[in-house]
Design a protein. Structure first.
Length: 213
């Protein structure tokens, strides 16, 4: 199966504590219309890679030669869930899963898997590092920095700044519009596919908890 031209963004969400479910969403681009059945194929590895990162190839079915297509760069996305993952002992006892990498023909994107406290600190610093946090066995109280802000992708932030003049990575902006954002998340936001129900519930639970920073 051909590999797509480029990967633009990789979003990784983790839930479940010690035995986790890892949800991976990759968005990218292909050179024409007509591509289909995008998928993430795990690269075979006989042993743990030195960097501890699990790699996937971002692939899709190219259009048939007889198809009527347009020669325009076209967005494409693929989703994959890994169930019952022991992150701390993924490669071998005591050898943890360090991150997720998605590779396309022209580039690759990596998301690090970091402890909860480190993810909070990186969020506070607006670090450019792409990270996913390991959910603690006993979840901490929801907060904007640790739980809500990371769910808004850079493309979502830029879109809202341009369209509505507010910042989804700014606590005060999100707090003041939380009810409206909650409605839009259930209807048409983001435009490339709604959040999974558990993430929408998390946002609503944060509102119910009086929206801690």
């Amino acid at each position: 199966m051909p590999i797509v031209m480029a990967v633009d963004e990789v979003t990784v969400r983790i839930a479940g504590g010690v035995r986790s479910t890892i949800s991976i969403l990759a968005t990218g681009k292909v050179p024409t219309t007509g591509w289909s059945a995008a998928s993430l194929a795990r690269r075979a590895s006989a042993a743990a890679p030195p960097d501890g990162i699990l790699a996937f190839d971002f692939s899709a079915n190219a259009p048939a030669a007889s198809s009527l297509i347009l020669q325009v760069i076209t967005p494409i996305n693929a989703h994959l869930e890994l169930a019952d993952v022991d992150i701390a002992n993924f490669w071998a006892p005591g050898v943890r899963l360090v991150g997720i990498r998605v590779a396309a023909a022209n580039n690759a994107k990596t998301v690090e898997i970091v402890p909860h406290d480190e993810a909070i600190e990186l969020s506070r610093k607006s670090s450019p590092r792409a990270v996913a946090t390991v959910v603690p066995d006993t979840p901490a109280a929801l907060s904007f920095e640790a739980d809500i802000k990371p769910m808004f992708r850079p493309r979502d932030v830029n879109a809202m700044r341009a369209a509505a003049g507010f910042d989804l990575h700014n606590y005060d902006d999100v707090k003041s519009r939380a009810a409206l954002i909650s409605e839009r998340l259930k209807d048409d936001m983001p435009c490339d596919g709604l959040w999974p129900p558990e993430d929408i519930k998390k946002f609503d639970d944060w509102i119910a908890a009086q929206m801690p920073a």
